[in-house]
Each structure stands twice: as structure tokens, then as C-alpha cells.
Design a protein around this ligand. Sequence first.
Ligand SMILES: [Zn+2]
Length: 276
Amino acid sequence: MSKNLLSKYFRKPQLYVQIPTGGKFNPEIDKTILDEIGILPMTAVDEISLENPDALLNGEALINLIQSCVPSIEDARQLCNIDVEALFLAIKYATYGKDITHTHTCSECKAQGDYNIDINYLLDKFPDISEVEPIEFDDLKIHVQPAKIESITRLALMEVEQRRILESVRKSVNEEEDELTLAKTFSDGFRKVAIQNIDLVTTSIARIETPEGDVVDEEEIRQFLNDIPAPIVKTIQSKVKELSKKPDDLSKFEFTCADCGHKDEITLEINPVNFS
Ligand SMILES: [Zn+2]
């Protein structure tokens, strides 16, 4: 993607942050920027792009947003999802200031009130992902890393696409002889999503330590995943999921009603993308 060379003359970084993984899984990122990643505010175009109601495009929209507002990171596609989540909040901060205002209606007395959520508080809650224990299988040590935004976006797209295909086939099935078509489409679609899931696991394995040396080649790792028993793949998968997920309490908030003192605990999704 080409970038306007003039853009840096307009916006100035509003804050400097670190990412949850500290860039440990992105060797391509220049180490000197990692302690202080400058965050620019959104442009009007960035803001409008985010309002696109098509959930499909959200992953792409986030990648573009980071390319625009965090120019020191050259390839946002390679970022771990959890880093993208943190950067998104930092971009909001750089654009609108530290508070996110939420209007809450008390479940008890129905009184409405505005509550401020401090982005600093949210950013502090992101876990530090620096050391990840490898998964042991036989005499192997499987080193996993949090999922990359690109793989997660691709998986989400694939799931939506398959759902659409199924929907359209289902609509066209009227006669009995078409039942077979439906069954076939269903199983094909299921298989495609399953393969994409394995792909996500593949790209989330940094390396596999064997007694004879390390394996880092993606194709070799894919072959390995396609040929080992399902339970170990599941173990790897859930470890990747756990690493990629932001902590639950990041989206749980307690609001105390100013009128009646009633406390409501609610879940607020602050990011535009919710992949879990
Ligand atoms: Zn109340």
C-alpha cells in the first residue's frame, strides 16, 4: 500500500505506548521503536472507514487504521491480535482524549447517567506476554505465539463466506434430489473452515524444538499438524486462543447508579472487532 509522504507533516504523535507482546513475536519490527511507539490521531477518512457497518471489513479496517496511525510499524498485518486491540485503544486516546463516555441506564430505577472509562486504566489491564511456556508433545517442544491479525481476519472472512454459501444453497433446495447437493456443500464448507482453523494454528507456531534441531518452516509445521492426533492439535489451539484473548475484565464494567445506588455489572465491547 502506498503512503502519502506528506502525512507525517500533518499529524503529530499524541502518546507513546508499548504493546502487550513487546514485539517479541515480530522480529521484523525495529527494536528501537518498541519502548515508545508513537500514536497519531485518526484522520477523517480513518474515522469514516471505521463506521462501515459491514462486519466483514472490520479486520481490514483495523489493519488500515494502524497503518495510518502507527506509521512506525511497517506491516500491521503481522501484528498479534492482542497488540492490535491495545493499539486501537491508544489510537482512540490519541484522537478523542483519555475518556470513553458511556451512557448507562440503571436496571433498577431506569435513571440514565454518563460514565467515563479511562483508556489508561484499560491499557494497564493488558497482560504482558513476554514468556510463553512451550507445549510438550513426545520429545518435542512446541513454541506458540498469539494469533496474528491477518490470520484471524482471514478465518472470520472464511466463516462468513461459508455461511453465505450455505444460506444460498439452502434457499435453492426445494426438491428432494437436491438434498445431496446441500449435504455436499455443507461438508465442503465445514472442511474449508476446518482447514483455515489449522492454518491459524500453523501461523501461531513460532518454532518446534526437536532433539535434532528447530523446525521453523511453515509448510513443514502444517504437514506436522495435519498428521498428528486431534487432541494435541486441540491443546495447541486452546493455548493460542488463551494467548490471543484479552482479559475478560477489560470489557466488564460496574456502574453505580447516582440516583438509587444500584450497581450494574455490564459487558461493553469497546473495540469494533470482536473475534473470539
Ligand atoms: Zn438507579
